[in-house]
Design a protein around this ligand. Structure first.
Ligand code: GLP
Length: 245
């Protein structure tokens, strides 16, 4: 595990964007895995700026997102479809057909999970997958207890995750109860993983990942200890409970 310790959110965002830009300059990189949430917003802003300044095109890149809420229309302000358009896709030259997210409005959700998994397989492999981390250690929407050997699946959101994400919705009742997420094995198949974390609310999850001895389904992110090419970019607050650095 390669850990890049930074001072704050701004520095995390810049370092992550620089790393991604470097990968995008490599013609071998044609599939990047993207994340949502509060954490990567600054990184997307920096990536848009840096890709313009460096004339880096996304024309030949495919993106695959980790997850999407079940039941939100694509144009719902809280859908991850809307998020990705707003924070990245509308500002870069990526062809829309190259951007992939699970369809949380599908009638047959199991079939949609299989389709998404098959689509990733057809792209061959994810060169670099970005990840945030939930306060309870979830990655994507793989909540504590999710079997490590899982592929794209429908998941019931943990009450703590619904509470953490309620800030974006009008009321708790509006927060979806389920999501489609890449499974743990889907994420682990990526050639490289870059996990971003900022803030003291992530400190316990980071402690389990960096300092903890256990690789346990109770803290999904601990599975990343087994990944051969993981970079963690985290700020002082997120690393405040890590003592081994
Ligand atoms: C969300 C997303 C995850 C994200 C995590 C942390 O619910 N499904 O992909 O990494 O929870 O979110 P945030 O960055 O807002 O703290």
């Amino acid at each position: 595990m390669n850990i890049i310790r930074v001072k704050n959110y701004e520095e995390m965002s810049l370092r992550a964007a620089e790393l991604l830009l470097k990968r995008l300059k490599d013609p071998e990189t044609d599939v990047i895995g993207l994340a949502t949430g509060g954490t990567p917003k600054g990184m997307y802003r920096e990536l848009i700026r840096l890709s313009r300044e460096n004339n880096v095109s996304f024309k030949n890149v495919h993106t695959v997102n980790l997850d999407e809420y079940v039941g939100l229309a694509h144009d719902d302000p809280n859908s991850y479809h809307t998020y990705m358009a707003r924070y990245l896709f509308d500002h870069i030259d990526i062809p829309k057909e190259n951007t992939h997210l699970p369809d949380g409005t599908a009638k047959d959700l199991e079939r949609e999970c299989a389709r998404y998994e098959e689509m990733i397989k057809e792209l061959r492999e994810i060169n670099v997958q970005l990840l945030g981390i939930g306060e309870n250690g979830h990655i994507g929407f793989n909540e504590p207890g999710t079997p490590f050997h899982s592929r794209t699946q429908v998941i019931a959101l943990a009450p703590s995750t619904r509470e953490a994400n309620a800030r974006y919705f009008n009321s708790m009742d509006d927060v979806p109860t389920h999501a489609i997420t890449m499974g743990i094995d889907t994420i682990m198949d990526s050639l490289e993983i870059v996990l971003l974390a900022s803030g003291t609310n992530k400190a316990e999850a980071l402690r389990a990942l960096v300092d903890g001895d256990d690789v346990t389904e109770e803290v999904p992110a601990t599975v990343l200890k087994n990944h051969p090419n993981l970079t963690v970019i985290a700020d002082d607050d997120a690393l405040s409970k890590v003592t081994s650095l």
